[in-house]
Design a binder for this molecule. Structure first.
Ligand code: PMP
Length: 357
Protein backbone atom coordinates (compact mmCIF):
# COMPACT_ATOMS: atom_id res chain seq x y z
CA UNK A 1 0.00 0.00 0.00
CA UNK A 2 1.39 3.38 -0.98
CA UNK A 3 0.18 5.63 1.79
CA UNK A 4 1.44 9.20 1.60
CA UNK A 5 -0.42 11.39 4.05
CA UNK A 6 0.69 14.72 2.59
CA UNK A 7 -0.85 13.80 -0.78
CA UNK A 8 -4.18 13.08 0.86
CA UNK A 9 -4.60 16.32 2.77
CA UNK A 10 -6.59 19.05 1.03
CA UNK A 11 -4.06 21.62 -0.21
CA UNK A 12 -5.80 24.50 1.60
CA UNK A 13 -5.64 22.54 4.88
CA UNK A 14 -2.00 21.68 4.29
CA UNK A 15 -1.28 25.39 3.83
CA UNK A 16 -3.65 26.54 6.57
CA UNK A 17 -2.27 28.67 9.35
CA UNK A 18 -4.63 27.62 12.15
CA UNK A 19 -6.21 30.00 14.61
CA UNK A 20 -3.89 30.54 17.51
CA UNK A 21 -5.83 30.79 20.76
CA UNK A 22 -4.64 32.54 23.92
CA UNK A 23 -4.00 29.14 25.49
CA UNK A 24 -1.98 28.09 22.43
CA UNK A 25 0.31 31.06 22.86
CA UNK A 26 0.76 30.83 26.63
CA UNK A 27 0.29 27.42 28.21
CA UNK A 28 0.46 28.23 31.93
CA UNK A 29 -2.01 26.66 34.34
CA UNK A 30 -4.34 28.71 36.50
CA UNK A 31 -4.24 26.62 39.68
CA UNK A 32 -2.36 29.17 41.76
CA UNK A 33 -3.77 32.69 42.37
CA UNK A 34 -1.63 35.64 41.19
CA UNK A 35 -1.21 36.75 44.84
CA UNK A 36 0.54 33.45 45.54
CA UNK A 37 2.90 33.47 42.62
CA UNK A 38 0.46 32.26 39.92
CA UNK A 39 -0.38 33.97 36.64
CA UNK A 40 -2.85 36.79 36.09
CA UNK A 41 -4.60 35.79 32.87
CA UNK A 42 -5.69 38.84 30.91
CA UNK A 43 -5.09 37.42 27.45
CA UNK A 44 -8.38 35.83 26.39
CA UNK A 45 -10.95 38.56 27.06
CA UNK A 46 -12.51 36.43 29.75
CA UNK A 47 -14.62 37.74 32.59
CA UNK A 48 -12.95 37.80 36.03
CA UNK A 49 -16.30 36.96 37.71
CA UNK A 50 -18.57 33.93 37.77
CA UNK A 51 -17.95 30.18 37.43
CA UNK A 52 -16.83 28.65 34.17
CA UNK A 53 -15.50 32.06 33.22
CA UNK A 54 -12.29 30.67 31.68
CA UNK A 55 -11.97 28.98 28.32
CA UNK A 56 -11.47 25.23 28.57
CA UNK A 57 -8.25 23.40 27.72
CA UNK A 58 -8.29 23.40 23.90
CA UNK A 59 -6.45 20.05 23.83
CA UNK A 60 -8.41 18.35 26.64
CA UNK A 61 -5.21 17.07 28.25
CA UNK A 62 -6.71 15.62 31.43
CA UNK A 63 -9.26 13.61 29.50
CA UNK A 64 -6.66 12.44 27.00
CA UNK A 65 -4.39 11.30 29.83
CA UNK A 66 -7.27 9.32 31.37
CA UNK A 67 -8.14 7.75 28.00
CA UNK A 68 -4.51 7.05 27.31
CA UNK A 69 -4.19 5.13 30.58
CA UNK A 70 -7.48 3.31 30.13
CA UNK A 71 -6.77 2.19 26.57
CA UNK A 72 -3.02 1.93 26.72
CA UNK A 73 -2.54 4.28 23.83
CA UNK A 74 -0.38 7.35 23.70
CA UNK A 75 -2.14 10.70 24.20
CA UNK A 76 -0.63 12.08 21.00
CA UNK A 77 -2.89 9.70 19.09
CA UNK A 78 -6.11 10.95 20.68
CA UNK A 79 -8.56 13.55 19.37
CA UNK A 80 -11.57 14.65 21.41
CA UNK A 81 -14.60 15.73 19.43
CA UNK A 82 -17.95 17.29 20.18
CA UNK A 83 -19.48 13.85 19.81
CA UNK A 84 -18.05 11.37 17.32
CA UNK A 85 -20.13 13.17 14.70
CA UNK A 86 -17.46 15.88 14.86
CA UNK A 87 -14.71 13.28 14.41
CA UNK A 88 -16.51 12.16 11.23
CA UNK A 89 -17.05 15.67 9.93
CA UNK A 90 -13.44 16.75 10.46
CA UNK A 91 -12.21 13.73 8.48
CA UNK A 92 -14.22 15.00 5.51
CA UNK A 93 -12.93 18.54 5.97
CA UNK A 94 -9.28 17.47 6.24
CA UNK A 95 -9.18 15.00 3.36
CA UNK A 96 -11.91 15.71 0.83
CA UNK A 97 -11.85 18.52 -1.71
CA UNK A 98 -15.46 19.69 -2.10
CA UNK A 99 -16.88 19.00 -5.56
CA UNK A 100 -13.93 16.73 -6.43
CA UNK A 101 -13.35 13.88 -4.00
CA UNK A 102 -15.41 10.91 -2.88
CA UNK A 103 -16.01 8.74 0.14
CA UNK A 104 -17.22 5.14 0.21
CA UNK A 105 -19.76 3.68 2.61
CA UNK A 106 -21.43 0.29 2.88
CA UNK A 107 -25.17 0.45 3.27
CA UNK A 108 -27.26 0.17 5.31
CA UNK A 109 -25.16 2.06 7.81
CA UNK A 110 -25.09 5.08 10.09
CA UNK A 111 -26.68 8.03 8.28
CA UNK A 112 -24.23 10.73 9.29
CA UNK A 113 -21.47 9.75 6.82
CA UNK A 114 -23.82 10.64 3.99
CA UNK A 115 -25.05 13.86 5.58
CA UNK A 116 -21.52 15.00 6.44
CA UNK A 117 -20.47 14.25 2.86
CA UNK A 118 -23.40 16.28 1.52
CA UNK A 119 -22.63 19.19 3.84
CA UNK A 120 -19.05 19.18 2.61
CA UNK A 121 -20.13 18.78 -1.03
CA UNK A 122 -18.33 15.45 -1.28
CA UNK A 123 -19.63 12.68 -3.51
CA UNK A 124 -20.58 9.45 -1.76
CA UNK A 125 -20.32 5.95 -3.19
CA UNK A 126 -22.65 3.56 -1.43
CA UNK A 127 -22.09 -0.16 -1.85
CA UNK A 128 -24.74 -2.53 -0.48
CA UNK A 129 -23.58 -4.93 2.19
CA UNK A 130 -24.11 -8.60 1.35
CA UNK A 131 -27.11 -10.53 2.66
CA UNK A 132 -25.30 -11.21 5.94
CA UNK A 133 -24.30 -7.53 6.09
CA UNK A 134 -20.66 -8.00 5.14
CA UNK A 135 -18.51 -6.19 2.59
CA UNK A 136 -18.72 -7.38 -1.00
CA UNK A 137 -15.03 -7.62 -1.93
CA UNK A 138 -15.71 -7.85 -5.67
CA UNK A 139 -17.59 -4.57 -5.67
CA UNK A 140 -14.96 -3.02 -3.40
CA UNK A 141 -12.13 -3.94 -5.76
CA UNK A 142 -13.81 -1.99 -8.53
CA UNK A 143 -13.34 1.30 -6.67
CA UNK A 144 -10.47 0.81 -4.23
CA UNK A 145 -7.88 2.30 -6.60
CA UNK A 146 -9.93 5.35 -7.55
CA UNK A 147 -7.60 8.27 -6.77
CA UNK A 148 -10.46 10.61 -5.93
CA UNK A 149 -11.71 8.18 -3.27
CA UNK A 150 -10.29 9.62 -0.06
CA UNK A 151 -12.07 7.90 2.82
CA UNK A 152 -13.69 4.52 3.31
CA UNK A 153 -16.12 4.53 6.24
CA UNK A 154 -16.55 1.24 8.09
CA UNK A 155 -18.99 0.88 10.95
CA UNK A 156 -18.40 -2.10 13.22
CA UNK A 157 -20.62 -3.02 15.00
CA UNK A 158 -22.76 -1.55 12.29
CA UNK A 159 -25.81 0.61 12.87
CA UNK A 160 -28.62 -0.37 12.17
CA UNK A 161 -27.75 -4.02 11.44
CA UNK A 162 -25.90 -4.69 14.72
CA UNK A 163 -23.23 -7.04 13.32
CA UNK A 164 -19.48 -6.58 13.30
CA UNK A 165 -17.64 -6.53 9.98
CA UNK A 166 -15.27 -9.42 9.26
CA UNK A 167 -11.82 -8.69 10.63
CA UNK A 168 -10.18 -9.97 7.42
CA UNK A 169 -12.11 -7.40 5.38
CA UNK A 170 -11.17 -4.55 7.69
CA UNK A 171 -7.53 -5.61 7.54
CA UNK A 172 -7.68 -6.03 3.76
CA UNK A 173 -8.96 -2.48 3.35
CA UNK A 174 -6.38 -1.03 5.75
CA UNK A 175 -3.61 -2.77 3.80
CA UNK A 176 -4.82 -2.17 0.27
CA UNK A 177 -6.47 1.23 0.28
CA UNK A 178 -4.10 4.15 -0.05
CA UNK A 179 -6.62 6.62 1.41
CA UNK A 180 -8.02 6.93 4.93
CA UNK A 181 -9.91 4.08 6.60
CA UNK A 182 -12.38 5.48 9.11
CA UNK A 183 -13.55 2.74 11.47
CA UNK A 184 -16.54 3.76 13.56
CA UNK A 185 -16.55 1.76 16.79
CA UNK A 186 -19.38 3.61 18.55
CA UNK A 187 -20.82 0.27 19.78
CA UNK A 188 -17.61 -1.71 20.30
CA UNK A 189 -18.04 -2.12 24.07
CA UNK A 190 -21.12 -4.26 23.45
CA UNK A 191 -19.30 -6.59 21.06
CA UNK A 192 -17.57 -9.84 21.83
CA UNK A 193 -14.73 -9.00 19.44
CA UNK A 194 -11.96 -6.63 20.51
CA UNK A 195 -11.54 -3.05 19.39
CA UNK A 196 -9.02 -2.34 16.63
CA UNK A 197 -7.33 0.16 18.95
CA UNK A 198 -4.68 -2.41 19.85
CA UNK A 199 -3.71 -2.52 16.16
CA UNK A 200 -3.87 1.20 15.43
CA UNK A 201 -0.10 1.59 15.14
CA UNK A 202 0.08 -1.05 12.40
CA UNK A 203 -1.95 1.11 10.02
CA UNK A 204 -0.92 4.72 9.40
CA UNK A 205 -4.10 5.32 7.40
CA UNK A 206 -6.52 4.17 10.13
CA UNK A 207 -8.77 6.45 12.18
CA UNK A 208 -10.89 4.77 14.86
CA UNK A 209 -13.78 6.65 16.41
CA UNK A 210 -15.46 5.82 19.70
CA UNK A 211 -17.91 7.72 21.82
CA UNK A 212 -19.14 8.41 25.35
CA UNK A 213 -22.73 8.27 24.05
CA UNK A 214 -23.35 4.50 24.07
CA UNK A 215 -21.69 2.08 26.50
CA UNK A 216 -20.46 4.96 28.67
CA UNK A 217 -24.05 6.19 28.95
CA UNK A 218 -23.18 9.86 28.46
CA UNK A 219 -24.90 10.89 25.21
CA UNK A 220 -25.79 14.29 26.63
CA UNK A 221 -22.20 15.37 27.21
CA UNK A 222 -21.28 15.12 23.51
CA UNK A 223 -17.85 13.62 23.78
CA UNK A 224 -16.48 11.51 20.94
CA UNK A 225 -12.95 10.23 20.56
CA UNK A 226 -10.83 9.76 17.46
CA UNK A 227 -7.70 7.58 17.59
CA UNK A 228 -5.20 8.16 14.81
CA UNK A 229 -1.53 8.67 14.00
CA UNK A 230 0.08 11.80 15.48
CA UNK A 231 0.54 13.00 11.88
CA UNK A 232 -3.19 12.82 11.12
CA UNK A 233 -3.94 14.32 14.55
CA UNK A 234 -1.88 17.37 13.59
CA UNK A 235 -4.34 18.12 10.78
CA UNK A 236 -7.40 17.38 12.92
CA UNK A 237 -6.12 19.95 15.42
CA UNK A 238 -5.60 22.50 12.66
CA UNK A 239 -9.22 22.20 11.52
CA UNK A 240 -11.16 21.82 14.78
CA UNK A 241 -12.74 24.87 16.43
CA UNK A 242 -10.23 25.99 19.10
CA UNK A 243 -12.41 25.19 22.12
CA UNK A 244 -14.52 22.42 20.64
CA UNK A 245 -15.30 20.60 23.90
CA UNK A 246 -16.63 22.52 26.89
CA UNK A 247 -14.96 22.29 30.32
CA UNK A 248 -18.18 20.82 31.77
CA UNK A 249 -18.14 18.06 29.19
CA UNK A 250 -14.45 17.35 29.60
CA UNK A 251 -14.93 17.06 33.37
CA UNK A 252 -17.96 14.81 33.01
CA UNK A 253 -16.00 12.50 30.70
CA UNK A 254 -13.05 12.33 33.11
CA UNK A 255 -15.43 11.52 35.98
CA UNK A 256 -17.13 8.86 33.89
CA UNK A 257 -13.81 7.10 33.29
CA UNK A 258 -13.11 7.01 37.02
CA UNK A 259 -16.02 4.67 37.73
CA UNK A 260 -15.05 1.64 35.71
CA UNK A 261 -17.04 -0.79 37.90
CA UNK A 262 -20.36 0.93 37.20
CA UNK A 263 -19.48 1.10 33.50
CA UNK A 264 -18.83 -2.64 33.28
CA UNK A 265 -21.92 -3.44 35.34
CA UNK A 266 -24.11 -1.29 33.05
CA UNK A 267 -22.71 -2.91 29.92
CA UNK A 268 -23.24 -6.32 31.49
CA UNK A 269 -26.88 -5.49 32.31
CA UNK A 270 -27.52 -4.25 28.79
CA UNK A 271 -26.02 -7.43 27.32
CA UNK A 272 -28.17 -9.56 29.65
CA UNK A 273 -31.24 -7.62 28.52
CA UNK A 274 -30.24 -7.98 24.87
CA UNK A 275 -30.15 -11.74 25.35
CA UNK A 276 -33.50 -11.66 27.10
CA UNK A 277 -35.15 -9.48 24.43
CA UNK A 278 -33.77 -11.68 21.66
CA UNK A 279 -35.39 -14.66 23.32
CA UNK A 280 -38.67 -13.00 24.30
CA UNK A 281 -39.23 -11.27 20.97
CA UNK A 282 -38.94 -14.60 19.19
CA UNK A 283 -42.16 -15.72 20.84
CA UNK A 284 -44.29 -13.31 18.82
CA UNK A 285 -45.86 -14.54 15.58
CA UNK A 286 -45.31 -11.25 13.83
CA UNK A 287 -41.55 -11.35 14.51
CA UNK A 288 -39.99 -12.84 11.38
CA UNK A 289 -36.32 -12.42 12.13
CA UNK A 290 -34.04 -10.99 14.77
CA UNK A 291 -30.68 -10.07 13.35
CA UNK A 292 -27.79 -11.15 15.58
CA UNK A 293 -26.49 -8.10 17.41
CA UNK A 294 -23.15 -7.04 18.81
CA UNK A 295 -24.56 -3.66 19.82
CA UNK A 296 -27.12 -2.27 22.30
CA UNK A 297 -30.02 -2.65 19.91
CA UNK A 298 -31.81 -5.32 17.94
CA UNK A 299 -32.89 -5.03 14.33
CA UNK A 300 -36.12 -6.98 14.06
CA UNK A 301 -37.99 -7.96 10.93
CA UNK A 302 -41.73 -8.04 11.54
CA UNK A 303 -44.73 -8.74 9.36
CA UNK A 304 -45.88 -5.11 9.17
CA UNK A 305 -43.27 -2.68 10.47
CA UNK A 306 -45.27 0.50 9.78
CA UNK A 307 -48.34 -0.80 11.62
CA UNK A 308 -46.31 -1.99 14.60
CA UNK A 309 -44.33 1.24 14.71
CA UNK A 310 -47.57 3.26 14.86
CA UNK A 311 -49.05 0.93 17.46
CA UNK A 312 -46.01 1.33 19.71
CA UNK A 313 -46.23 5.11 19.37
CA UNK A 314 -49.85 4.89 20.50
CA UNK A 315 -48.46 3.21 23.65
CA UNK A 316 -45.85 5.97 24.02
CA UNK A 317 -43.04 3.61 23.06
CA UNK A 318 -40.77 5.00 20.41
CA UNK A 319 -38.55 2.70 18.39
CA UNK A 320 -36.85 3.39 15.07
CA UNK A 321 -38.50 2.33 11.84
CA UNK A 322 -35.63 1.18 9.60
CA UNK A 323 -37.84 -0.30 6.87
CA UNK A 324 -36.45 2.02 4.24
CA UNK A 325 -33.03 0.47 4.79
CA UNK A 326 -33.88 -3.14 5.61
CA UNK A 327 -37.33 -4.30 4.57
CA UNK A 328 -39.97 -4.41 7.30
CA UNK A 329 -37.62 -3.80 10.21
CA UNK A 330 -37.78 -1.92 13.47
CA UNK A 331 -34.73 -1.16 15.57
CA UNK A 332 -35.24 -1.61 19.30
CA UNK A 333 -32.71 -0.01 21.62
CA UNK A 334 -32.15 -2.23 24.65
CA UNK A 335 -33.45 -0.46 27.73
CA UNK A 336 -33.38 -1.31 31.41
CA UNK A 337 -35.29 -4.43 32.50
CA UNK A 338 -38.43 -2.50 33.48
CA UNK A 339 -38.42 -0.62 30.18
CA UNK A 340 -38.11 -3.84 28.21
CA UNK A 341 -41.04 -5.22 30.27
CA UNK A 342 -43.10 -2.33 28.93
CA UNK A 343 -42.07 -3.09 25.35
CA UNK A 344 -43.00 -6.74 25.71
CA UNK A 345 -46.34 -5.86 27.28
CA UNK A 346 -47.10 -3.49 24.42
CA UNK A 347 -46.21 -6.22 21.94
CA UNK A 348 -48.61 -8.55 23.71
CA UNK A 349 -51.31 -5.89 23.40
CA UNK A 350 -50.49 -5.63 19.69
CA UNK A 351 -50.95 -9.39 19.29
CA UNK A 352 -54.30 -9.17 21.10
CA UNK A 353 -55.42 -6.21 18.99
CA UNK A 354 -54.47 -8.04 15.78
CA UNK A 355 -56.41 -11.12 16.89
CA UNK A 356 -59.55 -8.98 17.16
CA UNK A 357 -59.34 -7.70 13.59
N1 PMP B 1 -21.50 6.38 15.02
C1 PMP B 1 -22.56 5.57 15.06
C2 PMP B 1 -22.45 4.26 14.39
C3 PMP B 1 -23.73 5.96 15.70
O1 PMP B 1 -24.79 5.13 15.71
C4 PMP B 1 -23.79 7.22 16.33
C5 PMP B 1 -25.01 7.76 17.03
N2 PMP B 1 -26.17 7.09 16.92
C6 PMP B 1 -22.67 8.04 16.26
C7 PMP B 1 -21.54 7.60 15.61
C8 PMP B 1 -22.65 9.43 16.82
O2 PMP B 1 -22.37 9.41 18.14
P1 PMP B 1 -22.01 10.71 18.99
O3 PMP B 1 -23.09 10.81 20.00
O4 PMP B 1 -20.67 10.39 19.57
O5 PMP B 1 -21.94 11.89 18.06
Amino acid sequence: MKFALKNLIRPNILALKPYSSARDEFKGDDDLPFQHGGNLFLDANENPFNNHNRYPDPYQRELKTALSERNNISADRIFIGNGSDEVIDIALRVFCNPGKDKILTFIPTYGMYKVSAAINDVEILQQPLTEDFQIDRTALLEVIDDKSLKIIFLCSPNNPTGNTLNAEDIEFICRNFSGIVFLDEAYIDFADTPSWLARLEEFPNLIISQTFSKAQGKAAIRVGVGYMSPEILHFYNKVKPPYNVSALNQEAAVRQLEDYDTFTLNVYMILQQRKRMEKDLQAFDFVKKIYPSQANFLLVEVSDADALYDFLISKNIIVRNRSKEVKNTLRFTIGAAHENDEVLQALQAYTAAKALV
